[in-house]
Structures are given as C-alpha cells and as structure tokens.
Design a protein around this ligand. Structure first.
Ligand code: BG6
Length: 521
C-alpha cells in the first residue's frame, strides 16, 4: 500500500474515539495499514503528542473489538500519531499544519499522499476544503483524498451548495463520502451473492420477485442527540442515505468482477429509474410516525416529546415507511417497501425478498396455504442469508417451510469503519456514496421533506416497543402483502389509541404462521 499521511480533523471528538481509532488499530493488527503511515490529529483541545496518544490508547481499551496483545503493540501503533492544536477558521493553522506534514514526510521519506478525514460537523466541510486548497496542503506531488461523513446537506439545495464548495478543492474521485451501511459486511456481500450464484441471478427480476422489504429498526430513542435529531428526523438521518443505499445495493445488476466505476454507474441508473414522488402523493406512499410512551424489553420509556431537549409539540418524524417503484426493465411492477424507526420492538436491519407464487392458484384449495419463497438477508444484530422454501410431509400431506442457510459461519467480522477506512486508504470507492447518488437521493426525498415541513401529511403516533404505526402495515396490505416477521404481540396499544388497537386486530387476524419467525433456530 502507498505511504499515507492521515490528517484527522476532530481528533478529540466522539466519532474518532468510538470508531476511527479502534478501526485503525484493528487494521494495524491485521497488517492492513501502509508500512509508511503517519497520523496527525487536529483539535481545539490542548494536547501534547504524549497525552494525545494516551487518549487514543484509552479509546482502544474502551471501544476496540480486539484488545492489544501487550503494551508494546499499542506503543508501536501509536508511534505514528502526532497532535496539533488547531482552529478550523484560522488560515495560519493550515500553514502550520503544512509545515508539520512536510516535516513528517521528509523524516519518514514518504511520498506526499494525504488523506484528510473530516470527523467534524458538516458546517465546517466547505471552510476546511477551501483552506486545504489555499494553504497548499492539497497541492503536493502525491495524491490527496477527502473523507467525509453524512449528513451531506440538509436538503437538495444545501447538498448541491456543499458539493459545489467541495468540488472547488477536490475532484469527485478524490471525495470519499462515508455511509457506514455500505461498510457493513453483509451489505458488501450482496453484490457477490448475486454475481456468483446463477440461481439467484436468474431470479433477480420482476418475473419472479413479488416485492422487496427493507427494514432498519432500532430500539434506541433520540438519546443525547436531540439538538441534531429534532431537525433531521428519520427521513434525513436514515432514509435519504442508508435506506436508499440499501435499495440501490439490492436493485443493481452487476457483471462479475465489477469495479467502482461500474457500481457507481449502475447505482445511478437505479436512482434515475426510481418513480418520482409528487408532493401531493406523499400521504399515499409515505407514512410518518413519532414514538409515544411504551415499553422496550420490559422497561417503560418516555414519549419522544418528553425526551430531554425535545419540545412538547415537536412534529419530527422518528419513523418513516415508504413504497417505492423502480421503473426499469428488471424491476417494473415490483414494490420496494422501506421502513426505519426508533424505539421499535427490536433492533433489526434486514432485507426480505418475497418471490411470486405462480403455482399457488393451480393447487387444490386445501393446499393453497403454501408460503411464498423468501430470501432473507439479516444484517443486524445477527448476520445471515437464508432462503425459505416449501416441503411436504408425506404422512400428513402438509406443506411446511424449510430454511436453507446460504452462508457459512463467518465468525467475528470487521466493523464497517475498518472496511471503509481500508478502502479509502487504498483508493477504492466502490462502497462509498458518490455525488450522483447523493444528489438523486435528495431529489427523490425533497417532496417528502416539503410535505413534512408543511405538515401536509399526518404524524402517526406509535407506542415505543411496537412495529410503528398501523398505517405502515396498510401500505403493504393495500397491495396484498404484509411486513414479514412482525410479531402480533408486539403491537401494543399506543397513545394514538385507534392506531394500535386496529393493528392488534389486524395482526391477530393474520395466519399465525406468517409471523412465525425463527430462522436462527
Ligand atoms: C446513524 C444514525 O447514521 O445510523 C443513527 O445517525 C442510527 O441515528 C445509526 O442510530 C444506526 O446505525 P446501525 O449501524 O446501528 O444500524
């Protein structure tokens, strides 16, 4: 791997502590860092190199998935770390930084390849990029890369403005936009699942697939992030980025051994083919929810509006479900249902592909309870890929589903940040969000943002610990489908009484086996 100077803005912040240092350390253990590697941490807080290294060492103890073999190993890792007190708005600090970077490069005889990692609020992205350019930090003979994290803007216009600022200092192929969902091992495996299995590949289209369901539910609430979350809601926090990225990763059709340019092009095509949503249709295809009081794993929790820092009349969305359609040759007529929410019944990130049942109607009535085939990709908390098929018990004549595991036990997996930082160091942008996708995603959600802002669609309250508002189930029921694996008992009455009372009745009316969920047997 080529030598790299890793310039980390926000080196004393939370993300660095929880994710970046542990990821770098695990890459170091796996010998996946460049031989010539230097990290310069920047922050407002006073630190010497020694106290900074102690801060990093502590974060490893607290957050690394693997602990050091001995003190010497951590010592060796930390040799690469230096610190510089830094004010993002001061141009002279960038010149001071340049001196430090050049000195280090000469000391270690490294080519001047520089990776600028912005672990700071998005409001600083533009200033930092401009100063990197003006100070000469970005004009050395080696390569330069910029790594940033969502949010990439607040809406379509602000995203465009931000991109314009960044692109004055960095070319598109130098910008690595992290969407940590793309770093999840199971998301990265989706591509291979399709490419290396002709069986799956042959079925991956509207001839055989009835619908696709993408769920990212969390049990946590707003936590200490009220100031941020109350302005963004589930639509900006999860839907515009993570959920639409998952949709793209499911829907792209890739040739074997595709490279990052092809992935970018195919994802862009999926987004371009997404049926645009008209503002007046948001109420029909999108469900907005907010959690009320309830209980999660037996513990009573407060409603969103009583959370610290949230106003008692907040109209912010903590849940969103939507129906989307891709108007292309492969997917025309296949609904994609997407939902994500906080304070839900369980933490679960999963994709369910439901196959059509062409034979069902040719079966005699007593045999028509045969269940559709499903491909279930679990991403969190467990990781698995399972194909559900049907079999027949010859004694009873009953059909019953069997589950086929399509994966070995992968053992402990690297964290998303390890994969992504490693890719950024190597210059592989396959699993990063490209500008075209980001812009098209914002364009697709813009009518939702407008309709939510003006309260043109209802805000449905759901009980904490449930599966969200009943309207989310109705989104599918209208089309003759239902969310797979929602357990009826989890639809406890919510504050919006009507909402959840109906949900319980509907759930109970369902065939029990539709909900029987035990794929991890
Ligand atoms: C982040 C959101 O991007 O993703 C958080 O800002 C959310 O609100 C988190 O909790 C979920 O990530 P994961 O990997 O736990 O599903």
């Amino acid at each position: 791997m080529e030598p790299v100077t890793y310039v980390l803005f926000g080196a004393t912040g939370d993300l660095a502590k929880r994710k970046i240092y542990p990821a770098l350390f695990n890459l170091f253990i796996d010998r996946k860092l460049p031989q010539a590697f230097s990290l310069i941490g920047l922050g407002r807080r006073e630190h010497t190199d020694a106290s900074f290294r102690a801060h990093v060492a502590q974060s490893l103890q607290q957050f690394s998935r693997r602990q050091a073999e001995d003190a010497a190993q951590v010592e060796q890792f930390l040799q690469a770390f230096q610190y510089c007190v830094f004010n993002i708005g001061h141009q002279e600090d960038y010149r001071k930084l340049l001196g430090m970077v050049e000195h280090r490069e000469q000391q270690l005889q490294m080519s001047p390849n520089r990776l600028f990692y912005l672990s700071v609020g998005p409001e600083f992205f533009g200033t930092i990029a401009a100063n990197i350019q003006e100070s000469g930090l970005g004009s050395a003979a080696g390569w330069k890369r910029l790594v940033i994290e969502k949010p990439f803007g607040h809406d379509l216009q602000s995203a465009r403005e931000l991109n314009e600022k960044l692109s004055k200092a960095f070319a598109e192929d130098e910008i690595f936009r992290i969407d940590h969902y793309l770093g999840k091992p199971m998301v990265q495996r989706l591509e291979a699942l399709q490419q290396t299995n002709p069986v799956i590949q042959a079925l991956w289209n509207n001839r055989y697939i009835a619908n696709v369901q993408i769920t990212a539910n969390e049990t946590v609430g707003v936590e200490e992030r009220a100031g941020y979350y109350d302005h963004v809601g589930a639509v900006r926090d999860m839907f515009q980025n993570h959920m639409l990225q998952l949709l793209m990763m499911v829907a792209i059709q890739l040739p074997h051994k595709s490279h990052s340019e092809q992935v970018r092009e195919k994802k862009k095509r999926v987004m371009e083919a997404l049926e645009p949503l008209q503002r007046q249709d948001v109420g029909t295809y999108v469900v907005r929810g907010q959690y009320g009081a309830g209980s999660i794993q037996g513990k009573q929790v407060d409603p969103y509006r009583s959370e610290p820092g949230i106003s008692s009349d907040s109209m912010n969305d903590t849940f969103i479900a939507a129906k989307l359609e891709i108007d292309d040759y492969f997917w025309r007529g296949v609904p994609f249902y997407i939902r994500t929410g906080k304070r839900m019944h369980e933490k679960s990130t999963r994709i369910v592909v439901e196959f059509k049942e062409p034979l069902k109607h040719s079966l005699p009535p007593e045999e028509q309870h045969v269940l559709p085939n499903l491909l279930i990709v679990e991403m969190s908390p467990g990781e698995s890929i399972t194909l559900r098929m049907n079999t027949k018990d010859n004694d009873t004549g009953q059909f019953s589903p069997i589950h086929i595991d399509l994966h070995p036990n992968y053992g402990e997996q690297p964290e998303a940040y390890e994969n992504l930082i490693h890719d950024a160091l190597r210059g592989d942008s396959t699993f990063f969000a490209h500008w075209d996708e980001v812009e098209l995603s914002w364009a697709w959600v813009q009518p939702i943002l407008d309709a939510f802002r003006e309260n043109e669609v209802p805000l449905h309250h759901y009980a904490a610990g449930s599966y969200g508002p009943v309207q989310s189930s109705q989104l599918l029921e209208r089309d003759g489908f239902h969310w797979w694996f929602d357990k009826p008992e989890a639809s406890s009455p919510a504050n919006g009484q009507e909402t959840d009372a109906r949900s319980v009745q509907q759930s109970e009316a369902k065939e029990g086996e539709h909900y029987a969920y035990n794929i991890n047997r």
